[in-house]
Design a protein around this ligand. Structure first.
Ligand code: HEC
Length: 137
């Protein structure tokens, strides 16, 4: 099913209008693991974050420059702000190129095998958030 762009725009505008800039609660009810989060962020198979971002990963060649560097993200944003930016960045910037890593609704052109599935699991989201909060300037 193709969801008309208008519906996406309405859902995102509603989030922005409420002034929601953060998702304060853990998706799993517990803390993630920063070491697992680092591995997800650096992985070319799982997180793919380095397609667009660079970060403090001296071992990784060819990091992205389409997005702000992840270094210092934990100083710029609270844990809840980081969570929302991974879960559903379109809520903050409807025209963002960053994928929503934990959303199944309002997506367009999703291949049948992926429908109803999030890119990362709730546990993986919490691991990534736990890692990002450690990235202080
Ligand atoms: C296809 C490109 C792309 C991918 C892949 C991507 N991002 Fe992003 N990300 C962006 C862009 C562009 C921004 C800037 C804000 C915006 O346009 O939404 C951003 C913003 C962010 C921010 C806020 C940065 C700041 O300091 O302003 C964080 C944190 C972040 N991304 C983390 C991640 C993580 C973690 C992953 C992998 C799980 C990831 N991103 C994957 C493109 C991407």
């Amino acid at each position: 099913m193709v969801i008309p762009a208008g519906i996406v725009a309405v859902c995102c505008a509603a989030g922005a209008a409420r002034g929601d800039d953060s998702t304060p609660g853990s998706l799993t009810g517990s803390r993630g693991d920063p070491a697992r989060g680092r591995a997800i962020v650096a992985s070319r198979q799982v997180g793919l974050c380095l397609l667009c971002h660079s970060g403090p990963f001296p071992e990784e060649r060819f990091q992205g420059n389409l997005a702000p560097p992840l270094a210092g993200a934990g100083s710029r944003w609270t844990e809840g702000q980081l969570r929302l930016r991974i879960v559903d960045p379109g809520r903050l910037n409807p025209s963002t190129i960053m994928p929503a890593y934990y959303r199944t609704e309002g997506l367009v052109r999703v291949a049948p095998a992926w429908r109803g599935k999030t890119v990362l699991s709730a546990e993986q989201i919490e691991d990534v958030v736990a890692f990002l909060v450690t990235l202080k300037d």
